[in-house]
Structures are given as structure tokens and as C-alpha cells.
Design a protein around this ligand. Structure first.
Ligand SMILES: CC(C)(COP(=O)(O)OP(=O)(O)OC[C@H]1O[C@@H](n2cnc3c(N)ncnc32)[C@H](O)[C@@H]1OP(=O)(O)O)[C@@H](O)C(=O)NCCC(=O)NCCS
Length: 180
């Protein structure tokens, strides 16, 4: 398990899946804001790749996020679009509603940076988020990500096009708070 100050990132367990489906995926508005494609239901017990990890898929790494104290499941974290030639990857995360606004998201980004830069040896990490997602923007900027641009009207979300912000962090700019 990867450890931050408050969160741990571990493998997906089978009993995480119904919780993530009910609390994250089945919230159509939240899913439409977080996922690149259209919302579609996930059948219980299916091998849907949005929740069930395919370990042969080397272009992404999916973690379940737990509270370090007690080990309770609080969300998901993903490194996706891994490009081993250009040595960069994208980060994504989603916390269960009750876990938001408590500093966990900022810590998840810190742990993903440790994984990306120290464990994987990437040169660059990037995050795309909706321009009105203040909590995600702050969690990224707290970890040193800088805004590199606005992707105008790049996301179709619940009936309208929204802008996304592209944030990037290079390994030489990264200042780990402490060894996670
Ligand atoms: C986005 C998300 C991962 C952020 O994690 P979080 O644990 O809620 O955020 P934190 O508690 O670490 O807060 C980060 C910063 O945002 C601020 N913040 C938190 N919630 C906020 C909100 N609803 N509105 C505005 N600012 C907010 C915090 O005060 C903090 O700022 P500070 O560092 O200046 O004190 C989480 O809210 C979430 O899962 N949201 C739904 C899914 C989602 O949007 N995923 C991202 C898709 S790209």
C-alpha cells in the first residue's frame, strides 16, 4: 500500500465495488462531471472496467483509497493514459460524498505524485478538470501543479459544454512534503 499523511492507496478489493458503484458511479451528475464519456449504468456483478481492475491493462493503474486510520474505503484514484515513451501520465480521483472537503483529496494527489515520480520515474503528470471544480483545482495546486491552459468547451456535461483546465507538474518542480 502507498501511504500519505491521511490516506492509503491500495488494490481494488471485490467488496469495494458495490460501494463505489452506489456512492460514486450511480450519482449521474457527479459521474458525468468526472468521466470523459456518457453515463451508462453498471450491472451489479459485471466486469465493467470502470470498477473492476484489468491487471493486463498497462496504460492505467487503479487504486482504492482508504483512510489510514481505520482502513475505511473513501474513494478511487487512477493513473491513466500512461505513456512510457514520453514518460507522462494523467491523474484522476473521486471521493465518496462523506469524505470530501476534509483534506483527503489533497493527500491523494500527493501520494499519486510519489507513485508517478518516485515509483514509476515519470517526467510529467497532468490533470484535466472542469473549470468550476474548485476543490480539484486547489488539491492540484497545493501539490505544485500549475495551470497550463483552458480547453474551451471540451466537456459535454448534463446538457452543456463546459471548459476544462489543464494542470501539469514536472518532476523537477515537485516538492514532496515528506516521504509518503
Ligand atoms: C475533487 C475532490 C477529489 C477534492 O478532494 P477533497 O478531499 O474534497 O478536497 P480537499 O479537502 O483536499 O480540499 C482541497 C482544497 O479545496 C478546497 N475545497 C474543498 N471543497 C471545496 C468546495 N466544495 N468548494 C470550494 N473549495 C473547496 C479546500 O478548502 C482546500 O483548499 P485549501 O487547500 O486552500 O484549504 C473531491 O471533492 C471529489 O471527489 N469530488 C467529486 C469528484 C471529482 O470532482 N473528482 C475530480 C474529477 S477531475
Amino acid at each position: 500500500m502507498l501511504r500519505g499523511d491521511k490516506v492509503g492507496l491500495r488494490a481494488r478489493h471485490e467488496d469495494d465495488i458495490p460501494v463505489l458503484r452506489a456512492e460514486l458511479h450511480d450519482d449521474v451528475v457527479n459521474s458525468s462531471r468526472s468521466e470523459a464519456g456518457p453515463w451508462r449504468p453498471i450491472t451489479p456483478g459485471s466486469q465493467d472496467p470502470r470498477l473492476v481492475v484489468d491487471e493486463k491493462q498497462e496504460r492505467s493503474v487503479q487504486f482504492s483509497v482508504v483512510e489510514l486510520e481505520g482502513g475505511t474505503l473513501i474513494g478511487t484514484a487512477t493513473m491513466w493514459g500512461i505513456d512510457t515513451h514520453n514518460r507522462f501520465a494523467h491523474l484522476g480521483l473521486g471521493l465518496l460524498p462523506a469524505a470530501r472537503g476534509k483534506g483527503y483529496g489533497t493527500d491523494v494527489v500527493a501520494v499519486l505524485c510519489h507513485y508517478g515520480f518516485t515509483v514509476r520515474g515519470f517526467q510529467r503528470l497532468q490533470i484535466e478538470t472542469l473549470a468550476d471544480n474548485d476543490a480539484m483545482l486547489r488539491a492540484a495546486e497545493r501539490n505544485g501543479f500549475v495551470r497550463e491552459g483552458v480547453l474551451r468547451s471540451s466537456a459535454w456535461v448534463m446538457g452543456r459544454f463546459l471548459d476544462e483546465v489543464l494542470l501539469g507538474l514536472l518532476v523537477q518542480e515537485w516538492r514532496p512534503a515528506a516521504e509518503p
